[in-house]
Design a protein around this ligand. Structure first.
Ligand code: GTP
Length: 597
């Protein structure tokens, strides 16, 4: 291939094990970062990503490396998202590579995501270069971490490179290992085109840009290309590489990583994992493993101000342009009015979308509790799926219900195993295996997905003093005794507050929700009852007491600024309230089901 020697690799790690910092040090070492960029972590581009310190979008970068012996190489470093919600994206980014750097924090050792990511790499047949990172930390135990990698993933401890993204120690060794250990890409440029889409972004001028790895063949402007998943054809306008900005090139050949602009307007046509070929010289089979992006967590999003409905629709449409995994459709709630039912890849994805709507589009939103997709067989024989608890049928109408299950992997110190197993039991989990890794334990459980949506991660962290880490994948659907719990405020049913829960937990959850609501709904002039019910039968009840004193009474005759402050505070609190009948219900009430006991 034009005499250029390529190495395509990715960096994978548990959250916070230093992926972005090390990537930056590598970039810096290869002169890819100007002084100006040094302030920020270049690979994490979204503002939100920076704040949260996690990577959401994969951003590739092309680097030139000259070995100490003078040989020249071109590296393509493909960044991967650092969260379980985006595991499919990670697997596709990995499929674009021949090798990975598997980072482990020298003071933390192997964590749940280290293992899951390592297996994603193994499944893609990649060469793994183990890197024990942060060896500058006083608490670092590099040998111990390398040993753990050997035990858990089967990578020989002596293969590990000890490094620090902070000081730059080990970076030259890593660069040499990339050349020596990771194989050169194979695949012929003379073969029919086969290119894998590992990411896509929307560009206002060029349309959707496909981020691709060319596996075989060659693609150039004016080529007619075909997408395997939907059979659609497009004409290539431009192709190029990442340096790290977009650089326009002549063509992309087998082994290369780059981008294609082909006048694609709808991101739905540029699905991650899909294969591109040429209509005049087509390949016979796509790259295996394509899965259309499928939301698995759903929530209703409503503007607090009904006037904002149109603005919200426009904002959702714009976010959707860039995110094939996000879905929305109009939804009407008796309580909340006009809004949207939105679908996400997971809770983090949901939070990100919500935050972007609020920050970038200046919207005030009410979000309903997240729910999963249920499969219901009615007594009539009809089968339906729903992800909206408000639409969940009553028991007498259902033959059976199935819910999604996950395979959950939790990594934790030995001493916390008891309480964590108890938590998993409470969440209707069943143990698959338990593995010892030095003084730590990996628990593998099968758990209903819905059970980890509600405050599971927080509880896991708190009972393990922050030491447990987790990862999961959705495996299948299984039958469960699920019921809808309805919530009444001031004797009116509030559809948007309904939740679906296992029969054994309906009473305790109903109790928890009404207590929490009674706590967060502001006092009114009269006592307001809050009730939970199943099929019309009340199972729990609490009361929002009537208030006695005017809030301003405290400041009577007192200083004016204090009074102003209090009023402002009240006004602010109002921003996220919804009028339900005569009662103002705050956002927290809609998420009462999520609150930690
Ligand atoms: P994700 O993008 O969420 O996967 O996180 P990350 O793995 O990219 O972690 P990041 O590079 O953001 O580093 C996490 C934290 O560890 C930051 O506070 C870094 O400053 C710190 N850190 C990273 N590398 C080193 C290192 O080599 N030594 C020390 N002492 N700290 C480091």
């Amino acid at each position: 291939l034009r005499g250029v020697k390529f190495r395509n690799f990715s960096i994978i790690a548990h959250v916070d094990h230093g992926k972005s910092t090390l990537a930056d040090r590598i970039l810096e070492h290869l002169g890819a970062m100007g002084e100006r960029d040094k302030r920020d972590q270049t690979l994490d581009t979204l503002e939100l990503e920076r704040e949260r310190g996690i990577t959401i979008k994969s951003t590739p970068v092309r680097l030139n490396y000259t070995r100490p012996n003078g040989e020249e190489y071109v590296f393509n470093l493909i960044d991967t998202p650092g969260h379980v919600d985006f595991n499919y994206e990670v697997s596709r980014s990995l499929a674009a590579c021949e090798g990975v750097l598997l980072l482990v924090d020298a003071s933390q050792g192997v964590e749940a995501q280290t293992i899951v990511n390592a297996y994603l790499a193994i499944d893609s047949n990649l060469t793994i270069i183990p890197v024990v990172n942060k060896i500058d930390l006083p608490a670092a135990d590099p040998e111990g971490a390398a040993q753990e990698l050997e035990e858990v993933v089967g990578i020989p401890a002596e293969d590990a490179i000890f490094a620090s993204g902070k000081t730059g120690v080990g970076v030259p060794e890593i660069l040499e290992a990339i050349v020596e250990r990771i194989p050169a890409p194979s695949g012929s440029a003379q073969a029919p085109l086969k290119a894998l889409i590992f990411d896509s972004v929307y560009d206002a001028y060029q349309g959707v840009l496909l981020f691709v790895r060319v596996l075989e063949g060659k693609v150039s402007p004016k080529d007619k290309i075909n997408l395997f998943s939907n059979g659609k054809n497009f004409e290539v306008d431009r192709v190029g590489t990442f340096s790290p900005g977009l650089v326009v090139g002549q063509s992309l050949e087998a082994g290369e990583v780059g981008w294609i602009a082909a006048g694609i307007r709808d991101i739905q046509d540029a699905q991650v994992g899909d294969t591109i070929t040429r209509t005049d010289f087509p390949t016979d089979a796509p790259f295996p493993g394509f899965k259309p992006a499928q939301p698995v967590v759903f929530s209703g999003l409503y503007p607090t101000d009904t006037e904002d409905y149109r603005k919200m629709r426009e904002a959702l449409e714009r976010l959707k342009l860039n995110d094939a995994a996000f879905s929305f459709e109009p939804e009407t709630s008796e309580a909340l009015g006009f809004g949207f039912r939105c679908g996400f890849l997971g809770l983090l994805h949901a939070e990100i979308i919500q935050e972007r709507l609020e920050r970038e589009y200046d919207l005030d939103l009410i979000a309903t509790a997240p729910a999963v997709i249920y499969r219901i067989t009615l007594t009539s024989g009809e089968v339906l799926t729903t992800q909206n608890p408000a639409e969940f049928p009553t028991r007498d109408r259902m033959e059976r219900v199935e819910e999604p299950y996950i395979k959950l992997s939790v990594m934790l110190p030995e001493e916390h195993v008891g309480p964590v197993m108890q938590l998993l039991q409470e969440r209707r989990g069943s143990m698959v295996t338990m593995n010892y890794v030095g003084k730590r334990v990996e628990l593998i459980y099968e758990v209903p997905f819905a059970e980890i949506l509600y405050d599971f991660h927080d509880r896991l962290k708190s009972i393990s003093r922050g030491y447990a880490s987790m990862d999961y994948e959705i495996i299948d659907y299984r039958e469960g005794d699920l019921r809808k719990v309805d919530i009444y405020v001031n004797n009116d049913i509030v559809d948007a507050l309904a939740v679906v829960v296992h029969e054994d937990k309906a009473y305790s959850l109903g109790r928890k929700i009404v207590d929490k609501m009674a706590e967060v709904i502001p006092r009114q002039m009269w006592a307001v009852p809050v009730q939970a019910a199943i099929g019309g039968k009340i199972i729990a009840r609490a009361t929002v007491k009537a208030y006695r004193k005017d809030v301003l009474a405290k400041c009577y005759g007192g200083d004016v600024s204090r009074k102003k402050k209090l009023l402002n505070k009240q006004k602010k609190g109002k921003a996220r309230m919804k009028q339900i009948g005569t009662v103002e219900v705050p956002q927290e009430a809609f998420l009462a089901v999520l609150s930690t006991e």
